[in-house]
Design a protein around this ligand. Structure first.
Ligand code: NAD
Length: 287
């Protein structure tokens, strides 16, 4: 058996087209959606990510601002910038690119973003809303994964899902979204004993560990759907995921590739979240 490749590039393009047409309608109604992306420091991967995010905004007709600061920026200076963006009516979404330099408390920075502009969905009040089943923003990466599963027609109600990785930005919100959709979810971490025992029982496996090719075909139930969130750069300079694609595709019914899988979806969902924040702001103004 050879599984299907889930094409994140094509699905993300469709979502971005929809964002572009909703953006035109919103502009006609008097609001241009605006995203501010803040980068502190010179991490090369972060620089690529922020440029891609800003370019995607511009392509879809959104207003976007990229604020880049040197690694010497103080925490107080960054908090002041976030407060200024909170107060800026042209900005509906604020994204502070992580990781931040070690002298800055990321948690404090995220908590300073106004929850209604927290398009990453990382603020504790947004995490709480997600946990209680009433999300304002769904974190972009797990939200993108949910869209991929929906586009593939994957039945979630009653499905057994295993999420490998328990971070606040991917694994935990992924778990909440899957279980809200009716899946029975196990969340695994680096202390999990016999990971393969868990994954071999799963209809859906989502891997977000940052460990190159750690899940191989022997760990997958025949016919399962496998989503690879990982982005790793090998010694050869090439990108690879957390899934050993070549062996998993022999067993699974569908697999996401890296690159071209979850990555483009994360950016598309950032646009969706920014647009929806602007739509809510417009609605509030009109009341
Ligand atoms: P993280 O380092 O914050 O968390 C990793 C998690 O994996 C932890 O919970 C850890 O316990 C678990 N883990 C590590 N080794 C394990 C093992 N051997 N077995 C089981 N669990 C293990 O990472 P993160 O921020 O969640 O990111 C994970 C990966 O996803 C990274 O490669 C990152 O680059 C990628 N990522 C991709 C996107 C995207 O848009 N595609 C977005 C965010 C993160």
């Amino acid at each position: 058996m050879t599984g299907r490749i889930i094409d994140g590039v094509a699905l993300a393009a469709k979502i971005r087209e929809d964002v572009a047409s909703r953006t035109s309608a919103l502009i006609a109604a008097g609001t241009k959606p605006g995203l501010a992306v803040v980068l502190v420091g010179s991490d090369p991967a972060s620089q690529v990510y922020v440029k891609n995010k800003v370019a995607a905004c511009q392509k879809a007709g959104l207003h976007s601002v990229l604020e880049q600061y040197p690694p010497s920026m103080t925490q107080a200076e960054l908090l002041d910038r976030v407060r200024a963006l909170n107060a800026d009516p042209a900005i509906h979404g604020i994204l502070v690119q992580l990781p931040l330099p070690a002298h800055i408390d990321s948690h404090l920075v995220i908590e300073t973003i106004a929850p209604e502009k927290d398009v990453d969905g990382f603020h504790v009040s947004n995490a709480g809303l997600l946990m209680t089943g009433k999300p304002l923003f769904r974190p972009c990466t797990p939200y993108g994964v949910m869209k991929m599963l929906a586009s593939e027609g994957v039945q979630l109600r009653g499905a057994v899902a295993v999420v490998i990785g328990a971070s606040n930005i991917v694994g935990k919100p992924m778990t909440m979204l899957l279980q809200s959709a009716g899946a029975t979810v196990t969340i695994c971490n680096s202390k999990t004993r016999d990971l393969g025992w868990h994954t071999r029982h799963a209809d859906i496996v989502v891997v977000a560990t940052g460990k190159p090719r750690m899940v191989d075909g022997s760990m997958i139930k025949p016919g399962a759907v496998v989503i690879d969130v990982g982005i790793n750069r090998g010694a050869d300079g090439k990108l690879c995921g957390d899934v050993d694609f070549d062996s998993v595709i022999q067993v699974a019914s569908a697999v996401t590739p890296v690159p071209g899988g979850v990555g483009p979806m994360t950016i598309a969902m950032l646009l969706v979240n920014t647009l929806e924040a602007a739509e809510r702001a417009q609605h509030k103004r009109a009341q």
